[in-house]
Design a protein around this ligand. Structure first.
Ligand code: HMG
Ligand code: MG
Length: 299
């Protein structure tokens, strides 16, 4: 009943580094992404083409992306909020993009300066144009379980925006527990409601943050439901600058430890991955919050 293989969507270089106080040098980011690919990760979200004042940490996207040109066979999706972002991504030859919607009005306002509907209207031409260019389009949805301003988020509200993203033409969805408040029963309820609304499980990825230590339990619940795409961040880097109380993402190493223990194939070399996160922790000047990285590298 568990899938034989899981595709890890690595978000450390984007969701992780967008949240660092100090900007990481572009060359270090490029080396990080190369090392993640060398560790066997096949989908490595590289950066985002958002307004540089909103996320200064990723303002070097134009310099970073060309440094990844030799990474053949590795998927390098990038975030784009609007047509301006898509133009920037197209100019650099990106072939996979992600738009990022919100299930709640408060976060739509904080993250995109738009209402939920205005944000969807902003994404519509982006998704259309991306598909004309035969790009793969991911649709992130934030605050799928709880919101720091609004509290618990009703399942129906999430299903509604998921449907809108798929109807717009997104190839896959990523359900974000932006502030890490989900628990396994809530995960099961949302996945079931999505199926009932006609959203097939093979179009759904999950994106957990580990604020309350539930990310692995939530992941297992999703796997049991049939989900095979899981987002994670090397070393547990991450958070979201526009969501107060968001801590790190599920650490890729902790995820790989669990999946390999379950006999699920990931293609990831855990030793190499831990070495990469320990190296990055050195650059950031603090130990990785990942339990697995700490256990295996004696940090
Ligand atoms: P706005 O202030 O409403 O922008 O921000 P605007 O549309 O009014 O445009 C204002 C100016 O910005 C214009 O310049 C535009 O050209 C320029 P002007 O004409 O005044 O000289 N501009 C841009 N410049 C460069 N690149 C662009 C761009 N867009 C406009 N792409 C906007 C709206 C969407 C731009 C802004 O709110 C924004 O950039 N937000 C991004 C926030 C963000 O990146 N958050 C983190 C990612 S989401 C996340 O982490 C959650 C996730 O991990 C899942 C989960 O955990 O839930 C994915
Ligand atoms: Mg996130």
């Amino acid at each position: 009943e568990l899938p034989p293989r899981v595709r890890i969507h690595e978000v450390g270089a984007r969701d992780g580094l967008q949240n660092e106080q100090s900007a990481v040098p572009t060359e270090i980011k490029a080396e990080f992404i190369h090392r993640l690919a060398d560790a066997g990760l096949t989908t490595v979200e590289a950066t985002s083409f958002v307004h540089p004042k909103w996320v200064p940490q990723l303002a070097d996207a134009e310099r970073l992306f060309p440094l990844l040109g030799d990474l053949r066979g590795v998927r390098l999706p990038v975030l784009v909020p609007n047509e301006r972002g898509l133009e920037r991504a197209l100019a650099l030859g990106a072939d996979r993009v992600a738009v990022f919607a919100s299930a709640t009005e408060s976060f739509a306002k904080a993250n995109l300066n738009r209402t939920v509907d205005e944000a969807l209207a902003m994404f519509d031409p982006v998704v259309n144009r991306a598909r004309e260019h035969r790009m793969h389009v991911r649709g992130y949805l934030s605050m799928c379980f709880g919101d720091p301003w609004e509290g618990p988020v009703p399942v129906d509200q999430v299903v509604h925006v998921c449907r809108a993203l798929l109807d717009m033409g997104c190839d896959e969805l990523s359900l974000g527990d932006t502030i890490g408040v989900a628990t396994p029963g809530h995960v099961r309820a949302l996945l079931t409601a999505l199926n009932e609304a006609g959203v097939p499980t093979d179009r759904i990825g999950v994106h957990f943050h580990d604020t309350y230590g539930q990310a692995l339990a939530n992941t297992l619940a999703a796997l049991q439901h049939g989900v095979t795409t899981v987002d994670a961040s090397a070393g547990g880097l991450g958070g979201c600058p526009y969501a107060k109380s968001a801590t790190g993402n599920l650490a890729t190493e902790d995820l790989v430890w669990m999946l390999h223990g379950l006999g699920i194939d990931t293609g990831v070399d855990l030793g190499r991955l831990c070495a990469t996160s320990a190296w990055m922790a050195g650059h950031l000047g603090r130990p990785s919050p990942s339990r697995t990285v700490r256990a295996l590298t004696h940090q």
